[in-house]
Write a new protein. Structure first.
Length: 249
């Protein structure tokens, strides 16, 4: 297959960062499971079994091979208060990270960077954190999927992911980039939760910042209605936590 040439350098717009040449998606998380590593927008992680010798089922492995030469866009945008929103491609692009002077990454995608990428973070002085965890008893990976809130993902569990991510962001040095797979739902939810928690913004204001930021990326934001509904009530969750902390003291 004939490889495409890298895209030419693009002049950086105000509030956005892009690499001199875009990068391909890379870096699936390590897992001993035989479950496909693809994350789908409708159901979270694909439930099919991996084909032998790969990290994907036969469907997603074929798609991966079909599009392996496609150039992915690592453009990301500043939202507010030193917080940027991006995709899995953003955190694999050293030029984009350097262009924005990124000091911290909080990854909520469920995809973990390879050792080569982690070495790049160390070289650039970037502190990396991830919300993906591994169950000590089963060894299974646990992460927030872009899925409906219901039997597989409870409202309480969604809020716990937000709370933990907000704490990571509070302890991170700005400028920081928050990423999921595409920079549409999970990362946007975490950024909104952070702005609501730290800067006492109503959700409508936080959502406005995110919409304006993703306009610069020419991409939608917060298309998951369940996440939007949960975030619209996140201030009640925060108020409950503050009241509980007060009485514990």
């Amino acid at each position: 297959m004939k490889k495409r040439a890298s895209s030419p350098s693009r002049k950086l717009k105000s509030g956005t960062a892009s690499s001199a040449s875009s990068t391909r998606r890379s870096g699936v998380y390590s897992s001993n499971e035989q479950q496909c590593s693809e994350i789908t927008s409708a159901f979270g992680r694909c439930q099919n079994s991996c084909t032998p010798g790969t990290s994907f089922c036969h469907i997603h492995q074929r798609k991966k091979l079909e599009y392996e030469e496609k150039i992915f866009d690592s453009t990301f945008a500043h939202v507010a208060h030193g917080v940027w929103i991006g995709s899995i491609d953003t955190i694999n692009d050293p030029d984009a990270l350097k262009a924005a002077g990124i000091k911290s990454i909080v990854n909520i995608s469920g995809w973990e960077p390879r050792s080569k990428t982690r070495a790049m973070y160390k070289k650039l002085g970037i502190n990396y954190q991830t919300l993906t965890t591994r169950d000590r008893q089963t060894g299974k990976l646990r992460y927030l999927g872009d899925e409906p809130i219901g039997p597989r993902l409870s409202l309480g569990e969604f809020y716990r992911y937000m709370d933990r991510g907000v704490e990571m962001m509070k302890n991170s040095k700005a400028p920081m980039v928050i990423n999921c797979h595409a920079g549409i739902n999970r990362s946007a939810s975490l950024v909104a939760a952070y702005l609501m928690s730290v800067y006492k913004m109503p959700f409508s204001h936080a959502r406005h910042y995110l919409i304006e930021a993703n306009k610069k990326r020419s991409i939608e934001v917060l298309t998951n209605r369940d996440f939007v509904s949960a975030l619209s009530r996140y201030h009640e969750h925060l108020q409950h936590n503050r009241s509980r902390s007060f009485y514990v003291k």
